[in-house]
Write a protein that binds this ligand. Structure first.
Ligand SMILES: [Zn+2]
Length: 300
């Protein structure tokens, strides 16, 4: 294994939950990147990746949001969903992404978009964060991890194992997550606490009070998770990269890069059925340039 950190199994529930709790949600725009139009929905025909990434004019590329989320629980404290890009990326992308990664990925970010700065502006200090849920460990979600040495980090066992053995060609920089932090994993194939919820076959109830559930939605990556939140007024589904955009759900479409199409579509079908059965739910997709500008700064 390429990493030295050895995470422990997550004991559920994590402390701080209470019956009937509801959470507040702050979507955070952490950075932006450019991607070709076919990035969201793979165009038909051979060698689509080459055609889109190498042959499409950059002037026609679309600006993609890189989000993270602050969740405020009334008794469990502050919880992050993903960490966005590290603050250093604003002035030196190579420190977190490597020289080649910094140049190829070319993220656009300002210093005040770093998650610690954004949550501080909402009255939450990095040391107040109790839990960080990682939907997966791709660089655009994991780059900011080292800014939070204190919290409990939660990730699917399948994601940790896969990411630990992968590199940039698969979207991972193990040095972003290989820290001796409080890493805890959920094995969605084996753990006793895994149960079905709504339309999702494999979920866990993080605090035991139903306010935050992780739903196993692999396919985009080996151990990808989406997140279900109970707000006072409505339910929220953060799809993560199990659906880059609403149009992936509506069209049942596969993105340009999709490591396991079969698993991706199975997860996407669970998401689709959830949106059909829960029409009042707010669904926020992983990298949706069309929906992001419409989001509110806080949901309660
Ligand atoms: Zn992503």
């Amino acid at each position: 294994m390429a990493v030295v950190t050895d995470p422990r199994r997550l004991e559920l529930p994590l402390p701080g939950g209470h019956d009937g709790a509801t959470v507040r949600l702050h979507p955070l725009l952490c950075a932006e990147m450019k991607a070709p139009p076919g990035y969201w929905e793979r165009p038909p025909g051979p060698a689509a990746e080459v055609r889109e990434l190498l042959l499409k004019r950059r002037s026609g590329w679309i600006t993609l949001p890189i989000p993270a989320f602050l969740v405020e629980h009334p008794t469990a404290g502050a919880i992050l969903i993903d960490t966005g890009l590290h603050g250093s990326v604003a002035h030196d992308p190579s420190a977190s992404l490597g020289k080649l990664g910094g140049r190829l990925l070319a993220p656009r970010m300002t210093a005040d978009q770093a998650v610690p700065v954004q949550i501080a502006a909402r009255g939450v200090m990095p040391e107040d964060v109790a839990i960080v849920v990682m939907t997966h460990l791709h660089f655009d979600h994991a780059s900011g991890i080292s800014q939070f040495p204190e919290p409990t980090f939660v990730v699917a066992r399948q994601e940790w194992d896969s990411a630990s053995e992968s590199g940039l060609t698969h979207g991972y920089f193990p040095r972003q997550f290989d820290h001796a932090f409080q890493w805890r994993t959920i094995d969605f194939e084996r753990d006793q606490t895994v149960d079905s919820f709504a339309t999702f076959a494999r979920t866990v109830d993080l605090l035991g009070d139903g306010s935050i559930r992780l739903a196993f939605t692999p396919g985009h990556s080996a151990g990808h998770c989406s997140v279900l939140l109970r707000l006072a007024g409505r339910e929220v589904l953060l799809t993560g990269d199990a659906a880059y955009a609403q149009k992936n759900i509506d069209n049942r479409s596969v993105p340009l890069v999709c490591p396991d199409e079969h698993l991706y579509l199975r997860s996407l079908d669970e998401i689709r059925r959830f949106t059909e059965q829960t029409p009042g739910a707010l669904v926020i997709c992983g990298h949706d340039p069309w929906a992001w500008p419409q989001l509110k700064s806080v949901y309660e």
